[in-house]
Design a protein around this ligand. Structure first.
Ligand code: FAD
Ligand code: NAD
Length: 481
């Protein structure tokens, strides 16, 4: 199974983003690395996650632009959506990215790729389809999978999940989306724009509960404008298959109701893929939620075994999984010195408008740092780029500590995902928002939102009594000379 003899330096279980980056990192270090994957190299991101969802969203945006062109003086038209052609575009996107993640690419990077299911049989040993493999270090990178909520009749109603929705041959005319998190909102909006009648059912009082409340409000308005029915504080109590479609019994703010749809998409969260991995034999402990427990260096309770990506219960994002993979591989093979800080990561919900998130929300920051926390809010109604594009509903919201250093941020609007990058750099360096004021930004770019917030921060600093005294003294001095 392995080249040469003896133990592998690193065996990686799972060939998603975390496993791939770990294998490339280990290969680059010259280690003997084996990556075991039971399904397709590339994992959720490539096959059922980021790539297909963003390809679908791009097609849906094109359809929506046709409907809304009237605001620019161009006759709006109802698009003719060829769903088979849309899914062909989704598949092509995957095919174009796949070679980068392929077994051949990993082999080129110095890793041995083994197809099969890995099961730990001891603290330094695992089996792949009955064959034993001993390791110096191992990495668990088995990801997470969609979880169905315990609703009577739901499993029998053939619900779609993010694993299966890509196999749809036809656009469902009426679609219920359970869960108003990132998957529910991204896919709910995309299906609505492609022509489905979509209802999003969210248990908590607002969509995307991990985001700033004002971001959820903006998203709710945008989804409603796209024709999506948004039901918050609502749950499904029962599902029943009908001759055509599914009947859902709902309970919400106004009491019980019934929703008849053709298909149900479940997007109520994920569970870690740990079942059958033999973690007990390996001496690897799970946390109270069932994820593999790791410390900031991604070490598990077995000093030989690390874990990375979604399976650790860290925020479930591809970029986090990738950074985890790199940290875990270097820590496992060289020395455990690199750490992950989940308080400083960005992510983007690719709805329209995009919601870009960085670090702590205002609420989280106040819980940690108390009343010294400040917020700099810039509404995009005064942003020139937003005005010319008729997209003024967004905002830039930066959470600051007492010294004006960035603790977190939320940007809502077109290209928000690009705009958050600059603030991410600032947070990583422990910088103050007003430090950006002196950095020249191009006009009229979307990045003006962040810049204008920085300029406002800098201007306010000049109004402080001490600064007023200094500038006043300088002006008086100039007048007498
Ligand atoms: C619809 C959707 C959209 C998303 N959009 C985004 C986005 O826009 N941006 C973003 O950052 N994130 C996004 N995500 C999240 C992102 O896809 C995940 O965070 C990321 O894929 C996690 O990578 P991973 O390596 O931890 O796990 P995975 O990608 O799940 O990889 C784990 C791999 O392990 C394999 N495996 C499991 N058990 C075994 C075993 N016993 N033996 C061998 N192999 C095994 C699996 O087959 C799988 O290939 C999205 C997710 C979904 C579902
Ligand atoms: N753009 C991105 O980066 C992106 C996109 C999609 C997914 N993801 C990742 O994948 C993860 C999983 O996404 P997700 O949206 O499935 O999960 P999630 O946990 O983020 O959101 C699930 C939502 O469903 C709600 N919910 C839970 N049980 C419910 C029930 N019985 N009825 C109604 N609502 C219910 C929750 O309150 C929550 O709002 C995300 O947390 C995210 O990390 C990222």
């Amino acid at each position: 199974m392995t080249r040469g003899s003896g133990r592998a330096d690193l065996v990686i279980v799972g060939g998603g983003t975390a496993g791939i980056i770990a294998a490339q990192t280990a290969g680059g270090l010259g280690a003997r690395v084996v990556l075991v994957e039971r399904d397709r190299i590339g994992g959720d991101c490539l096959w059922t996650g980021c790539v297909p969802s963003k390809a679908l969203i791009a097609a849906a945006r094109a359809a929506q632009n046709m409907r809304t062109a009237g605001r620019f003086g161009i006759a709006p038209v109802e698009p003719q959506v060829d769903f088979a052609a849309v899914t062909a575009h989704v598949r092509r996107s995957i095919e174009r990215i796949e070679p980068v993640d392929s077994p051949a690419a990993l082999t080129d990077a110095g890793a041995e790729v083994v197809a099969g299911t890995a099961v730990f049989t001891g603290p330094d040993e695992l089996q792949i389809e009955g064959r034993s493999l001993r390791f110096r270090r191992a990495l668990i990178a088995t990801g997470s999978a969609p979880a169905l909520p315990p609703v009577p009749g739901l499993a029998e109603a053939e619900p779609l999940t993010s694993d299966t929705v890509w196999d749809l041959a036809e656009l469902p005319a009426r679609l219920a989306v359970l869960g108003g998190g990132p998957i529910g909102c991204e896919l709910g909006q995309a299906f609505a724009r492609l022509g489905a009648e979509v209802t999003v059912v969210e248990a908590t009082e607002r969509l995307v509960p991990r985001e700033e409340p004002r971001a959820a409000t903006a998203l709710s308005a945008a989804l409603s404008a796209d024709g999506v029915r948004v039901l918050t504080s609502t749950t499904v109590t029962q599902a029943a298959r009908q001759a055509k479609g599914v009947r859902l019994d709902l309970t919400g703010r106004t009491g019980p109701s019934v929703l008849d749809v053709d298909r149900v998409l479940v997007a109520t969260g994920c569970r870690p893929r740990t079942a059958g991995l033999g973690l007990e034999q390996a001496g690897v402990r799970l946390d109270e939620r069932g994820y593999v427990a790791v410390d900031a260096k991604l070490r598990t309770s077995n000093h030989r075994i690390y874990a990375a990506g979604d399976v650790t219960g860290a925020p479930a994002f591809t970029h986090v999984a990738g950074v985890h993979g790199s940290i875990a591989a270097t820590n496992a093979l060289l020395a455990p010195i690199r750490r992950i800080d989940h308080d400083k990561i960005p992510w983007v919900t690719f709805t329209d408008p995009e919601i870009a998130h960085l670090g702590l929300t205002e609420d989280q920051a106040r819980q940690r740092f108390g009343d010294a926390v400040r917020v700099r809010l810039l509404q995009h109604e005064h942003l020139d780029r937003a005005i010319v594009e008729d997209e003024t509903d967004g905002f830039t919201h930066v959470v600051l500590d007492a010294k004006g250093r960035v603790l977190g941020a939320t940007v809502v609007g077109p290209r928000a995902g690009e705009m958050i990058a600059e603030l991410t750099g600032l947070l990583a360096r422990g910088g103050r928002l007003r430090d950006l004021a002196s950095v020249i930004h191009p006009y009229p770019a979307w990045s003006d939102g962040v810049w204008n917030a920085a300029v406002a921060e800098s201007s306010d600093a000049l109004q402080r009594p001490v600064m007023r005294r200094v500038t006043g003294a300088l002006l008086r001095l100039r007048r007498v000379r």
